[in-house]
Design a protein around this ligand. Structure first.
Ligand SMILES: Cc1cc2nc3c(=O)[nH]c(=O)nc-3n(C[C@H](O)[C@H](O)[C@H](O)COP(=O)(O)O)c2cc1C
Length: 417
């Protein structure tokens, strides 16, 4: 029986262990987690979601305070179109987050950054250009274009000196999305270096509608693999979503995958950014505690634990501090929902908003517990401690379990004294 270690991913002239830890914003896939993947010979992701906030936490900068100070006058205003990002600050925050991570990198693997197009930041093109350019400036080994079709993203950086040697990949959930991307970028004469194919069982936002359950990752991978063959395009494919064991990974590597991207198993690693008490919620979850709902203002369905404090919270919008989901016209679906509830209940001290959530605030505070479908199996990957809690794992343990375990076996961690 084969294990993942029998395979190698060839990328950028290097041979890597074919395990990619997916990007998990906001700073759930921390630099520490990504660096472990790289040290062990695979690929780790940091994320640039809310990067000024991440920089403030990591490096004691004051980007969020400064932005709030500038727009304080607008906090009670329902119209958020005035609230803009300072592009200089955005560049500095990205350079700090990426640059310091790359300086700390050891080992033969790589560190990529996950950039979501849906973070439209009240100026989609300008802010995305700054985010991508600054990540390349700061030496990221690669960029994974996520949460969006990214039809114009390559064009934003085509003049960058690293455009042709940094690893650039895209996440798709269908052949059609990949075809659109390739068609739009044909003029540029540069293919993506890898394509992550994310299926319906993944964590975070899904590239499917609420009918996600009728899709199957194996089928999508086979369809894309066969089409690329016909087109004589050789692009490494990286399936993602619900790959829970080394054996699951081998199935995909045997079926045309060049590597696998995984995330949920690492949410309970010590190096992960989730607070300890939240990690225990992930361990405790049963299958019925996990749902896919429509509360993300991005419009994409999102999978999460049903007891996430973000659900129904009715938080006052914090666009003056954050505002990452404001579209090109300064609108966010949560702000609209919040204003609707306030208008319906003018005397209420606090409203409840059921249909949307203030994603920025709750992701920042680790109050929206997004997770993969198989989160309910995390309890089977560790030991229960005397106090009833679950033992956290090291990223190295989880990585090596994927790398060396065979079939449906899952290696348990050593018992703590
Ligand atoms: C907690 C969490 C947060 C995530 N955040 C993001 C994100 O910010 N951007 C993104 O492209 N994917 C995100 N994902 C998806 C993962 O990168 C990955 O592709 C997917 O979850 C893999 O499936 P698995 O979790 O079943 O292993 C997230 C996943 C989890 C579990």
């Amino acid at each position: 029986m084969k294990c993942v270690d029998d395979f190698r991913l060839r990328l950028g002239g290097r041979e890597l262990v074919p395990i990619v830890i997916g990007g998990m914003g906001v700073d759930i896939s921390t630099a520490e987690l990504a660096l472990e993947a790289a040290r062990l010979g695979g690929i780790g992701h940091i994320s640039d979601a809310m990067v000024p906030t991440v920089s403030d936490r990591r490096f004691k900068t004051r980007f969020v305070k400064d932005k709030l100070k500038q727009y304080k006058y607008n906090v009670t205003n329902a119209d958020k179109s005035d609230v803009r990002f300072d592009l200089g600050h955005l560049a500095e925050a990205t350079r700090l987050h990426v640059g310091r991570t790359m300086e700390a990198k050891r080992g033969d693997g790589m560190v990529f950054i996950n950039c979501m197009e849906k973070l439209t930041m009240n100026a989609p093109k300008e802010t995305l250009r700054v985010r991508l350019t600054s990540a390349l400036d700061a030496g990221a080994d690669g960029i994974t274009l996520a949460a969006g079709l990214h039809l114009g993203s390559f064009a934003l950086i085509e003049d960058h000196p690293r455009f042709r040697d940094a690893q650039l990949g895209i996440i798709v959930s269908s052949l059609r999305a990949l075809q659109l991307f390739l068609k739009k970028n044909a003029r540029i004469g540069r293919l993506p270096d890898y394509v992550v194919i994310e299926g319906p069982l993944a964590g975070g936002h899904l590239g499917f509608g609420m009918d996600w359950a009728k899709y199957d990752l194996h089928a999508i991978v086979a369809e894309i693999r066969d089409w690329l063959k016909v087109e004589q395009l050789d692009i490494p494919l990286i399936p993602a979503g619900g790959i829970f064991t080394g054996g699951d990974a081998v199935d995909f590597l045997d079926g045309g995958g060049a590597a696998v991207q995984v995330a949920t198993r690492f949410t309970v690693a010590k190096e992960c950014g989730l607070p300890d008490d939240v990690q225990q919620e992930y361990f405790k979850a049963s299958e019925v505690d996990i749902e896919v709902n429509g509360i993300s203002p991005t419009g994409y369905p999102m999978r999460m634990l049903k007891n996430s404090p973000a659900i129904g919270a009715g938080t006052h919008p914090n666009c003056e501090s954050f505002g990452y989901l404001l579209d090109a016209n300064g609108r966010c679906a949560y702000v609209d929902s919040y204003n609707r509830e306030v208008a319906l209940h003018p005397d209420a001290k606090k409203v409840s908003v059921r249909d949307k959530t203030c994603l920025c605030t709750h992701m920042r505070n680790f109050e929206l517990w997004t997770c993969g479908h198989y989160t309910y199996r995390l309890k089977d990957t560790t030991r229960r401690l005397a106090d009833g809690s679950y033992q956290l794992l090291s990223a190295e343990h989880v990585f090596n379990d994927y790398r060396f375990s065979k079939g449906s076996a899952i290696a348990l961690p050593a018992e703590v004294a």
